[in-house]
Design a protein around this ligand. Structure first.
Ligand code: 2U9
Length: 347
């Protein structure tokens, strides 16, 4: 019986040794230690043993059972650990691999330009004022020396909503409103915003575009000298937007709301003034319009033109952006092709 027990132990330990799955180990446990297993069988026959033999065989049977049990447990733990290690290896993360890039957006070029324009004028003490895009005919035209039937209204074909309401054709309407509000007080503002004109869209025209207009109104004194102040500001503006080497020149022009009126050119940012395809060989590029506020405009808003003087300017943001970044079609700003937009990441 003793030999049989030792034999069973050898057999079981051998099977445990080669088993490599939990199920196999469990089957071995049932086979050897279960109720119907050979060890139990042996123990059942103990009744036939003598009183001296019984405790001896009992002790050996327990020893055998314990050895099998212990070996099973160690092997089970080994198998489990191996399974976990295998799983971890399969799921291993290489922390040294470079991460997947996260798509980061960037400012729209027109936003970058408006922010640059705003920063420049804020630095000179201007305030930013905004106003409605759906505007009264009065503020868009009448208050700006463009009475009904004035031929200059044809210059800006307008989206009318009713006879008296329209989509503003320029942000000058915001300046007209500000003058009415401030009546008699000095003003130093810029008005950025969207404007609308009934143009057919092409490479240089858009029915909706963006402007930043500026207006300064001050009491006439011996010190302030009007047009030269305007010239100084716009000279600094051209240098800020297009580089320190830029110069400006003023050409006489006409706007109903300013007198005298000028158009301002900057020396070509591509060729520096020698003449190229961008400046069409002239060395100069038009960047904005400006002038001294027309006395009629001052009067209509309640300013005495003998005591107050004003100068104003109008900047087309798309035009500035096109020149600054070499964009050849205004429609690129609105079609939102990411291949176009992503080129402005550095702004
Ligand atoms: C008030 C008085 C005067 C605003 C001005 C311009 C000249 C001008 C254009 C630039 C390109 C419009 O976007 S554009 O097509 N603007 O040339 N604008 S003076 O003058 C004002 C405005 C308000 C009360």
């Amino acid at each position: 019986m003793q030999d049989r027990l030792k034999e069973l132990q050898q057999e079981a330990l051998g099977k445990i040794e080669v088993a490599n799955e939990l199920k196999m180990l469990n089957d071995i446990r049932v086979e050897y230690l279960g109720k119907k297993g050979p060890i139990t069988e042996v123990l059942k026959g103990m009744g036939k043993l003598s009183a001296e033999e019984r405790p001896l065989i009992g002790a050996i049977a327990n020893e055998v059972r314990g050895a099998i049990q212990e070996k099973l447990e160690t092997k089970m733990a080994d198998v489990e650990r191996a399974a976990i290690e295998k799983k971890l290896e399969a799921e291993a993360i290489d922390v040294t691999l470079p991460g997947r890039p996260v798509a980061v957006g960037n400012h729209h070029p027109l936003t970058a330009v408006v922010e640059k324009i705003e920063d420049f004028f804020l630095g000179l003490g201007f305030e930013i004022v905004e106003g409605p895009e759906v505007e009264k005919d009065y503020y868009n035209f009448e208050a700006l020396n463009l009475p009904k039937g004035h031929p200059a209204r044809d210059m800006q074909d307008t989206f009318y909503i009713t006879e008296d309401m329209l989509l503003r054709t320029h942000t000058s309407s915001v300046q007209a409103r500000t003058m009415e509000l401030e009546k008699g007080k000095p003003i130093k503002i810029i008005c950025p915003g969207k404007v609308y004109r009934r143009d057919d869209d092409d490479a240089t025209h858009s029915h909706q575009f963006m402007q930043t207009e500026g207006l300064v109104i001050e009491e006439i004194t011996d010190e302030n000298i009007g047009m030269s102040n305007l010239k100084g500001i716009l000279d600094a503006f051209a240098k800020e937007m297009f580089g320190e080497d830029r110069e400006i020149r003023l050409r006489p022009s006409f706007f109903p709301f300013t007198e005298p009126s000028v158009e301002i050119d900057t020396s070509c940012m591509k060729c520096g003034g020698c003449g190229c395809n961008i400046c069409k060989g002239t060395g100069w590029i038009e960047i904005l319009g400006a002038g001294m506020v027309h006395p009629n405009v001052l009067e209509m808003a309640g300013y005495d033109p003998k005591k107050y003087r004003g100068y104003a300017f109008g900047i087309g943001q798309e035009r500035i952006a096109m020149l600054a970044y070499g964009v050849d079609d205004i429609r690129h700003f609105y079609t939102n092709d990411v291949r176009f937009l992503q080129q402005f990441k550095q702004l």
